[in-house]
Design a protein around this ligand. Structure first.
Ligand code: HEM
Length: 125
């Protein structure tokens, strides 16, 4: 069986590093802070990590806990305009600099995020 992207990059710790760094950046960002500095931040951080682990071929803990991701529906609770979208992607782009990834791996991960984030905009500026 071909190795998954999850295995190739080094498994769960790499995804934890990315999401932990994302949260540090988001909490320091005036636009993202209200969205991510919540009482449930530890839970959501764990869920986002599990989601990426699953998406890239690791264990399916996310679905076991949450069922279908239904990301558009879950994000409809938040007002996501172009500005929030751009701030989120910029934070993720920076977070992806944390772990030792190859340029190709970073491009693959970021390219996926760009495509997925575009579908979550739910508010015209
Ligand atoms: C477009 C910019 C985005 C914004 C502003 C945004 C914002 C948020 C917010 C505010 C939460 C909940 C945080 C909390 O309750 O503590 C959340 C949860 C989550 N986000 Fe995003 N998000 C964005 C894009 C994405 C993308 C592109 C993905 C996946 C590729 C993603 C995956 C998730 C997941 C998996 C959760 C947890 C869902 C669950 O509860 O099961 N988000 N996001």
């Amino acid at each position: 069986m071909p190795r998954s992207f999850y295995d190739e990059v080094g498994g769960r710790p790499v995804f934890e590093t990315i999401v932990d760094r994302f949260y540090e950046i988001a909490i320091a960002d005036p636009m993202l802070r209200p969205l991510f500095a919540t009482a449930d931040a530890a839970t959501t951080r764990r869920r986002i990590t599990a989601f990426f682990v699953q998406y890239w071929g690791g264990p399916h803990d996310y679905s076991r806990e949450r069922g279908n991701p239904r990301l558009a529906l879950r994000h409809s609770l938040f007002r996501i305009g172009r500005a929030e979208h751009d701030a989120w992607l910029a934070a993720m782009r920076e977070a992806l600099e944390g772990p030792e990834l190859t340029a190709e791996q970073r491009t693959a991960f970021y390219g996926y995020l760009v495509a997925a984030a575009a579908r979550l905009i739910n508010h015209a500026p």
